[in-house]
Design a protein around this ligand. Structure first.
Ligand code: TRP
Length: 345
């Protein structure tokens, strides 16, 4: 296995929205289409990370599988030989390496992690040691597979930096054990997140579409029926300008819909904007968006329902077996380095 490794952890989403599809699922699918062949792609569900803040444990196991199905319905090819899809907790080396790395990580540097600080404010009654330790488990996720490329969003840059710091410190002490992942700036070429992409709430287009917004009218869920989606889009908040323009400042509702229309239909944004620019019939415009989204949901849900559970399970088990070998070999090197296993001559 000599191809360079691109590694990506995919967060579990209980009720993914159209925004998650466009902003997260599609870019990962595109990455696979573009780079499999030249690279090995490790895609895993960080299920151990998923309860660093409270979750409903009765649905965790099934959510992990459902989450993967959303990616497959979005176009991820599970038959690709270069792509390994696995669950973190099925490869115990993640937990074991975390412990070893913990003992080479300082409380001081971990206390500076902004995500920890933000999340511990959000969940102030129940800040767990797991939440504090989150970045070290993430470092283990990366280092076990010698991944050089870890395309993450900006909110994870600091975690990638600490991974580099921990690995460098370990290597300085024990020799060349870990591959150091590339610096954050070099990772972005693998997942082309469109920095202009903004999918807005349908009820308040100054805010982003969020799965945690309690108002069902504010968001399109991938599980919405096409009719529900049509109703939500037809009643989406727009503006009183009276003509369609691509203008985030003054017409964020209309602009978000223009963007959805272009992305869902796969047409160039300029072309879609030009077609609707200046049109005064908001109803007609919304109807076009609503129909495109309804058509997309119909197809998406058909793909989702057609996914065969056994095929998914076979892929997971094969990937987990193959990746256990890689992970265990790295773990053993670290165990030997710190003196838990005899040196092999
Ligand atoms: N923390 C990442 C996120 O929230 C998910 C993740 C866990 C991850 N382990 C990883 C991403 C390792 C990349 C590499 O998105």
């Amino acid at each position: 296995m000599s191809k360079p490794v691109i590694l990506t952890g995919i967060r579990s989403n209980e009720e993914p929205t159209l925004g998650n599809y466009l902003g997260a699922f599609l870019p990962i699918v595109k990455m696979q289409q573009e780079f499999a062949g030249d690279y090995q792609i490790n895609m895993f569900v960080p299920d151990l990370h998923s309860f660093t803040t409270p979750v409903d444990h009765s649905s965790l196991y099934q959510n992990t599988l459902n989450n993967l199905k959303y990616f497959i319905a979005s176009g991820l090819n599970i038959n690709d030989q270069d792509t390994f899809i696995y669950r973190q907790s099925y490869i115990p080396a993640h937990s074991e390496l975390t412990w070893i790395l913990d003992c080479f990580t300082y409380v001081g540097e971990m206390s500076r992690m902004t995500q920890f600080k933000d999340k511990s404010n959000e969940h102030s009654e129940s800040v767990t040691v797991g939440l504090f330790n989150y970045p070290v488990l993430m470092a283990a996720d990366i280092l076990l597979y010698g991944a050089k490329y870890v395309p993450v969003g900006e909110d994870q840059f600091q975690h990638l930096e600490i991974t580099r710091d921990i690995a460098t410190r370990f290597n300085n002490k024990f020799g060349d054990i870990f591959t150091i992942p590339d610096a954050t700036g070099d990772q972005t070429k693998f997942i082309k997140r469109d920095s202009g992409l903004r999918i807005r709430s349908l009820t308040d287009p100054t805010k982003k579409m969020s799965k945690s917004n309690e108002d069902p009218k504010s968001k399109i869920l991938l599980s919405d029926t096409p009719d529900e989606a049509i109703k939500k889009i037809m009643s989406a908040t727009t503006d009183s300008v009276g003509a369609v323009n691509f203008d985030w400042d003054n017409q964020p509702g209309i602009t978000s819909l223009l963007q959805i229309l272009a992305m869902i239909t796969g047409r160039p944004r300029d072309e879609v904007n030009a077609q609707w620019q200046g049109n005064t019939m908001y109803g007609e415009f919304k109807k076009a968006v609503a129909e495109a989204v309804a058509g997309f949901l119909t197809d998406f849900q058909a793909r989702l329902n057609a996914i065969d559970d056994d095929t998914l399970m076979n892929k997971l088990q094969a990937s987990e077996a193959a990746m256990s070998e890689v992970a265990n070999a790295t773990l053993l090197k670290a165990q030997v380095a710190v003196g838990l296993r005899p040196k092999v001559n």
